[in-house]
Design a protein around this ligand. Structure first.
Ligand code: AMP
Length: 303
């Protein structure tokens, strides 16, 4: 079943303690789409400038990502520069140029309007809302992401939107910032109090804690010997989750467990190289094999 996503499409510069890479394809909607496309048909709504390289467009098209909702506006593409600290977890944003993304007024093409699954990737809550509002029928499952910038500058719009979605995918530090709660379980429960039925709290290399009205569960991160670039881990994690749910059409609490494990698996590939490089090299069967390894990792005998 088809999955609609709106979010940023950008050109990133990433600095790790060992390397600096410029002009990488990035953006929340890009990582999300590429990850979700392993599982289901993805439709993208976003904006780029006239400078957006055609090779990037071709890369997305090669995975059958529907780009009829990709607007090419006068001006430059969104740009982001980030630097990772020695621990390869904490990062500083050195530069953000919203460019055409700053004036983005999303238009959902007519053929996207019946999408049954929707992900509102990181972006301004007013922009996220405009996409939801353009769908004549509420999708079967709506999830969203957000970040510290919007929690600090658009809290009212954000909390209003939270009441309209089924799941919030959020970093541990941002869950704390949003709720004022230090303990992650409490932060998750406070997110439920804001009106979201499910909070998926990301803990970087440690996986995720899922807090929901149907009970809580945890999924570990897939252990890796080396992380090359953590950028996009969160977006591809969400892409794996939503892609899997859309591919099965099953929004049950039981299936959410499988979906979150798939999210952890795709994210583990993302961080093994810059941009989409590692994801470009794999197929769905690589993901399924690593999924089995993840299940084995948490297999504990009852007695
Ligand atoms: P993640 O590592 O999953 O948090 O996502 C990283 C991606 O988010 C990068 O590719 C950036 O281009 C994108 N990004 C950074 N800041 C913003 C922002 N303010 N709005 C939307 N996307 C952003």
């Amino acid at each position: 079943m088809s999955l609609l996503v709106v979010g940023s499409i950008g050109i990133d510069t990433v600095e790790t303690p060992r390397t600096r890479k410029e002009n990488l394809l990035g953006g929340s909607a890009v990582y999300f789409s590429y990850a979700a496309a392993f599982y289901t048909q993805v439709r993208l709504v976003g904006v780029v400038g006239k400078d957006f390289p055609s090779v990037h467009r071709a890369l997305l098209e090669a995975r059958d990502i529907d780009l009829s909702g990709l607007e090419v506006a006068d001006g430059e593409t969104f740009r982001w520069v980030g630097r990772y600290r020695e621990n390869m977890i904490d990062r500083d944003t050195l530069e953000v140029d919203l460019n055409v993304f700053g004036n983005f007024d999303p238009k959902v093409p007519a053929e996207y309007k019946s999408s049954e699954f929707l992900f509102l990737a990181n972006g301004a809550p007013v922009v996220q809302r405009k996409v939801l509002d353009q769908l004549p029928k509420r999708p079967k499952f709506v999830a969203m992401d957000t970040m510290d910038l919007w929690i600090e500058t658009a809290r009212g719009d954000l909390t209003a939107l939270l009441r309209q979605v089924d799941a919030l995918v959020i970093n541990d530090s941002e869950a704390r910032l949003l709720t004022g709660q230090q303990e992650l379980l409490r932060a998750g429960l406070s997110i439920l109090d804001l009106g979201v039925p499910t909070a998926i709290v990301k803990k970087g290399e440690h996986g995720a804690l899922v807090v929901s009205r149907h009970g809580h569960f945890a999924v570990p991160g897939f252990p890796l010997e080396e992380v090359i670039d953590p950028t996009g881990a969160g977006d591809s994690f969400a892409g794996g989750i939503c892609g899997y749910i859309a591919s099965t059409g099953d929004t049950s609490p039981e299936n959410l467990r499988r979906a979150v494990a798939h999210g952890a698996v795709v994210a583990s590939y993302t961080v093994q190289d810059f941009s989409l490089e590692a994801l470009k090299r794999i197929t769905r069967s690589d993901l399924d094999a690593r999924y089995e390894m993840l299940l084995d990792l948490v297999r504990i005998p009852k007695s």
